[in-house]
Design a protein around this ligand. Structure first.
Ligand code: SF4
Length: 261
């Protein structure tokens, strides 16, 4: 085998195998986040995130967009993870920070702040001083998808990043709040593959769902809680109200041993 073949054996950022090859070897969240932000494994999403940055929304015409994968946000010893869907084209894809820069994020951060898990109720840009207390925000897909709908193939390609992130969080992780059915469906196989005991048939998603995954040889007990996604479609119609989301986050904080208010 010559040097060219040897170099070709390691998937580069444009290779669909890039996440699966590199994510499991990360031993720190900072390393994972750094690798993740260079990922270009999904051609459709790479094109979309970059097109959104080139065309821009009128209100952000003078802003530079991040236009790359958006890493998780929050401390590496978080007891609670909040798992959404994917960054929004003009929200996280613009600001480079999970859930930051759009109405969905405003709703979520207001709820987190009410419970005492965020330092401020609003988040506008990556340098706005926001910090999270004991909670990490992440998603099964890290690039903005057209119409907020990643394909099953894109979800599966991105899965190793979430699996590795949860593995690195696992020593202190006690609860996961899942925002919406897509995140729920994406998360369960990740948890099962990572050694958590996920019941069969798999628990159904619903707002207020609360499933306890028992401890195994490899994993501690984990509480899985469901909430409707704080998308504008849900919040404008009243399907998800602020008290509903606050209640779920407060329950997660309680089982996670966090000092919620
Ligand atoms: S969605 Fe995930 S796997 Fe696909 S390009 Fe973005 S970070 Fe990479």
């Amino acid at each position: 085998m010559d040097a060219t073949e040897t170099a070709g054996a390691v998937p580069g950022p444009d290779d669909p195998d890039f996440p699966a090859h590199h994510a499991p070897g990360c031993t720190a969240l900072a390393d994972l986040d750094a690798l993740l932000t260079g990922c270009r494994a999904c051609p459709r999403l790479v094109a979309w995130r970059e097109e959104a940055a080139a065309v821009k929304r009128a209100a952000f015409r003078d802003r530079d967009y991040w236009a790359r994968p958006v890493p998780g946000l929050g401390p590496s010893d978080a007891a609670v993870a909040v798992v959404g869907l994917a960054p929004a084209a003009h929200g996280g894809n613009r600001t480079g920070r999970m859930f930051t820069g759009d109405a969905t994020g405003d709703f979520l951060f207001a709820a987190l702040h009410t419970v005492g898990l965020a330092s401020q109720p609003a988040s506008s840009h990556a340098g706005d001083g926001l910090t999270l207390h004991g909670v990490r925000l992440t998603s099964p897909v890290h690039c903005a998808p057209p119409a907020n709908r990643p394909t099953p193939g894109e979800r599966d390609t991105c899965r190793p990043w979430l699996a590795a992130e949860l593995d690195l969080l696992s020593p202190g992780l006690r609860a996961v709040v899942v925002l919406g059915g897509f995140g729920w469906q994406a998360l369960l196989p990740v948890l099962a593959e990572a050694g958590w005991s996920v019941p069969r048939p798999r628990p159904a998603f619903g707002h207020g769902a609360h499933v306890v995954l028992p401890a195994t040889e490899r994993r501690q007990e984990l509480h899985l809680l469901g909430s409707y996604h704080p998308s504008q479609r849900n919040t404008f119609t009243g399907r998800l109200t602020m008290p509903m989301l606050v209640d779920v986050l407060r329950e997660a904080a309680a089982v996670g041993g966090l000092p919620a208010v």
